[in-house]
Write a protein that binds this ligand. Structure first.
Ligand SMILES: [Zn+2]
Length: 165
């Protein structure tokens, strides 16, 4: 089956789990479980095979779910300054494609007026959209609006000057 958000309820708190057990329980790859161990899932001790207490597994998955909710709520973009997910001002966001299936969602934080960004998978945009009105723009379509000089441009001009000299 395989789920990106394994259900903590499947875990029996008073059982010990090996990496293989956990992979089987959720239908996920063993490497995913090994990643969890790197991300803070605690093993009982350092001995092999690695064993994880059901209670610890359950705690880890619950926390992970909450974090996912915090950052991935539909229609929200995380504001680094406010340290919280925000619905952008006017419920409006711009989406600039940055790859074939990737893009950057950009809005304005309603509380601090900063630009806030969220990297998105364009294939999942409908799940991410929430109540937002999203305008899709082409990359670089906004060039010319900003007065910030491009560093790359300067250095290439210098390089050319050297070549000409
Ligand atoms: Zn903010």
């Amino acid at each position: 089956m395989g789920s990106r958000h394994p259900n903590p309820r499947l875990v029996k708190i008073h059982r010990n789990y090996s990496v293989e057990d956990i992979a089987r329980l959720f239908g996920i790859h063993k490497n995913t479980v090994r990643n969890w161990l790197k991300q803070g899932l605690a093993a009982i001790d350092d001995r092999r095979p690695i064993l994880i207490l059901g209670q610890e597994l359950s705690r880890f998955l619950r926390e992970r779910r909450q974090k996912a909710k915090k950052t991935c709520g539909p229609g929200r973009i995380y504001c680094i300054a406010c340290r919280a997910p925000k619905v952008p001002a006017g419920k409006m966001a711009e989406c600039m494609p940055s790859g074939r299936l990737a893009g950057n969602l950009c809005g304005i934080c309603p509380d601090c007026d900063r630009l806030i960004y969220r990297r998105v998978n364009l294939g999942k945009i409908d799940a991410i959209r929430g109540e937002l009105e999203i305008t899709f723009t082409q990359p670089h379509a906004r060039i010319g609006e900003s007065a910030v000089p491009s560093v790359n441009c300067d250095s290439s001009q210098k390089a050319q000057a050297h070549e000409n000299a």
